[in-house]
Design a protein. Structure first.
Ligand SMILES: Nc1nc2c(ncn2[C@@H]2O[C@H](COP(=O)(O)OP(=O)(O)O)[C@@H](O)[C@H]2O)c(=O)[nH]1
Ligand SMILES: [Mg+2]
Ligand SMILES: [Zn+2]
Length: 308
């Protein structure tokens, strides 16, 4: 039988069978080693697997095989170990939620999430949430940020998940896709899903709980069926996003406005740091490339700041 992993606890998995969509709990048979991928979790939400009932007849199902992944999003381990964490796989698009306050999202975090999605050519949309609580100057600030990302080509929506403002366009975007929703705890991911699909009734949490920067809790993503062909993967607890698997020379390819300048620098292997006749640095100076985007590029290259 073939099914998709919709939930993972680390020791067992919930699967949705491909055709009849019934759900079963399953465990891994034996130990899975995945070539070239050092991860703490061998199976991710979104994985297609072959499964069967265990022979001894305990009623438990077993995963026999993980099908090749079309793509996946990985998070670098926060503890500087060699292992990364698979967030989800086989996704059609990413929705990143951003807020200016309660809790603040840094543009650095947003850019890291965008780079991660670009590296796998996964289309991304950005929701700027909690528009209902901003004062006039904050509204201006969000609008400026939105302009930057729209210019680069990312669809942006200024919304309130709580008050159900501007959310219908996002609902249209989600339709018939598998969407991974990313953003800090408290940004409004569960609230948005509840607003779009009231039947879901997901738990939401008071923002005050996120103010205390406590210990890092590892939680797993979970996939929700919104209708027959519409799925969303909720990712609790992404506080920081280390970039994995991206080589220094490739990084500018994942900034669309820098990608547009490929071949224009004097050196073909220009890193756009301090090389002469660098088209990227020229564009930053002229304002064509936004300075804070270039700062994100530098911080990823230098490996600094990856906790934001
Ligand atoms: N004012 C306001 N509060 C919101 C909005 N969206 C979510 N919240 C609140 O933010 C808190 C965290 O929301 P939640 O959906 O649990 O965030 P998640 O951790 O990203 O799933 C809750 O108290 C929500 O009521 C919004 O658009 N406006
Ligand atoms: Mg949530
Ligand atoms: Zn350059």
């Amino acid at each position: 039988m073939k099914g998709r992993v919709v939930k993972s606890t680390g020791s067992w998995y919930e699967l949705e069978e491909e055709i009849d969509k019934y759900r079963v709990k399953a465990r891994l048979r034996g130990i899975f080693k995945i070539a070239n991928l050092k991860v703490t979790n061998p199976v991710a939400v979104g994985d297609w697997v072959t499964f069967e009932k265990e022979r001894s007849g305990t009623g438990e199902y077993e995963i026999l095989e993980i099908h090749p992944r079309e793509n996946y999003i990985i998070r670098k381990s926060t503890h500087k170990t060699a292992h990364d964490h698979l967030i989800a796989s086989n996704i059609d698009q990413v929705l990143i939620l951003f807020t200016l306050s309660m809790p603040r999202t840094s543009v650095g975090f947003l850019d890291r999430a965008l780079v991660t999605a670009e590296a796998y050519r996964i289309p991304t949309i950005i929701g700027f949430n909690k528009c209902d609580i901003y004062n006039e100057s904050q509204k201006e600030k969000v609008k400026e940020i939105i302009q930057v990302y729209r210019k680069i080509g990312y669809p942006c929506y200024f919304i309130s998940a709580l008050e159900n403002i501007g959310t219908s366009d996002i609902k249209d975007c989600l339709k018939d896709h598998v969407t991974l929703i990313m953003g800090h705890s408290g940004v409004g991911k569960s609230t948005l899903m509840n607003t779009l699909y009231p039947g879901l009734d997901l738990k939401t949490s008071e923002v005050s709980k996120f103010a205390e920067k406590g210990t890092h809790t590892t939680t797993f993503a979970e996939m929700f069926a919104l209708d027959e062909d519409t799925y969303i993967i909720d990712t609790p607890g992404i506080k920081e996003l280390g970039i994995s698997e991206i080589k220094e020379g490739e990084l500018s390819h994942y900034f669309p406005e820098m990608r547009a300048m490929i071949g224009k620098c004097r050196f073909h292997n220009c890193r756009h740091l301090n090389e002469p006749d660098c088209a990227v640095i020229d564009a930053v100076k002229s304002g064509e490339i936004e300075y804070f985007r270039y700062e994100s590029y530098i911080s990823i290259i230098t490996g600094e700041d990856n906790r934001k």
